[in-house]
Design a protein around this ligand. Structure first.
Ligand SMILES: [Fe+2]
Length: 177
């Protein structure tokens, strides 16, 4: 279940209904997939072989296709990050810069955790994600993604056009790290 933290006030939203309605008001898609479908070894495996990645994609094929049909995604893949990822610290430094994209950024977390920091109507807020959470940051909304303390995540990414999925840095005086 995702939870929200307002960065200005430190206020938290932890009830499913309030999280959903807040994200809905901000235009952020939020859904949930049933992670009980995953076999045990995939709940905490963050160094996935190509075969394991394919296994996750086929387990969630109907959920992926439902999203793709509704929202026009054409391609999908799996990203896995952990301390076993070469240069994780450098990668995170790069991630943690506010940016925008010309298409929405969709992630379905299948293991571990992550945070999307997103610019909302009244300042930036953090969405803390865990396995089963599916989120999409709208086009041109300033945001960034990073890991939580456990520094591990597996997520399905969906793209309209993966080759056009580029981060455009957004220098925002309103953002306080
Ligand atoms: Fe992004």
């Amino acid at each position: 279940m995702a939870t929200i933290r307002m960065r200005n006030t430190n206020k938290r939203l932890t009830q499913e209904q309030e999280v959903k309605s807040f994200l809905d008001e901000q235009g952020v898609l939020y859904e949930h997939w049933d992670m009980e479908k995953l076999p045990n070894d995939l709940h905490d495996n963050f160094t996935l072989s190509d075969e394991k990645k394919e296994e996750i994609l086929s387990l969630f094929d109907s959920e992926i296709r439902s999203l793709a049909n509704r929202r026009g995604y054409e391609e999908w893949d799996i990203v896995a990050l952990s301390d076993a990822t070469p240069n994780l610290d450098e990668l995170l430094k790069k991630f943690e810069q506010v940016h925008v994209h010309t298409e929405d950024e969709v992630r379905a977390i299948t293991a571990g955790n992550g945070i999307f920091t997103i610019k909302g109507d009244s300042g930036y807020f953090d969405v803390e994600l865990s396995a089963g959470d599916v989120i999409s940051v709208p086009v041109n909304i300033p945001h960034f993604f990073t890991l939580m303390e456990n520094r591990q995540v597996v997520a399905v990414r969906l793209f309209i056009d993966a080759s056009g999925w580029v981060a455009h840095l957004y220098d925002d005086p309103d953002f306080k790290s």
